[in-house]
Design a protein around this ligand. Sequence first.
Ligand code: HEC
Length: 179
Amino acid sequence: MPKRSLLRSLPALAAAAVLLGLTSPAPAQDLGGDPDLGARVWRELSVCAECHGWAGDGVPDIPQFGGANLRETALTPELAYETIRCGRPGTSMPAFFRGAWSERIPCYGMTAPMERGVQPDAAATPLADRYIKAVVAFIFRDFAGQGPVTREYCESVFSNAARCSAYPPAAATPAAVAP
Ligand code: HEC
């Protein structure tokens, strides 16, 4: 397999391995994070929005960065937790837990450093476990499954309503598709 496509398929392989239960995600059924604290992590204490956007919709606050649209995530909270702790191999998503990928704190069941360029970067400002659990709770309260950003949501975040005029009011937004 050409090197490039191997690099590209690694994140998918790692995710598939986790989904198939081949590796053990963090043993946290109920992560128990505080979503209000998580909102502070997202908005004030960390750099998530630079890549994922203030609203988690993947429209980055810093245009040249690009992150996933967390409103459409298919991950469970446990897998999101592992992704934030460990980063995502082969992408710019950094590992936010200090010591991740070590013998003590394996990631996706692995400890060995990966090839250069595949191993996720360690975040410049790591987050304590409590903050990671909090930001997961926030993502699953405010973003995941919540559909597109509405004007009301924007106005609940920013006091400057003019900033929100580009977002459609909730009534005008197609209802989230029921499963
Ligand atoms: C430097 C850019 C960058 C920063 C900073 C960043 N992310 Fe990410 N994030 C990404 C990229 C890129 C992906 C993976 C996209 C892909 O797989 O195509 C990702 C993926 C994710 C995912 C998995 C989404 C999914 O559905 O697979 C979660 C959850 C996540 N990030 C949360 C966070 C949180 C929380 C923070 C802050 C603590 C953060 N990210 C900071 C770039 C970033």
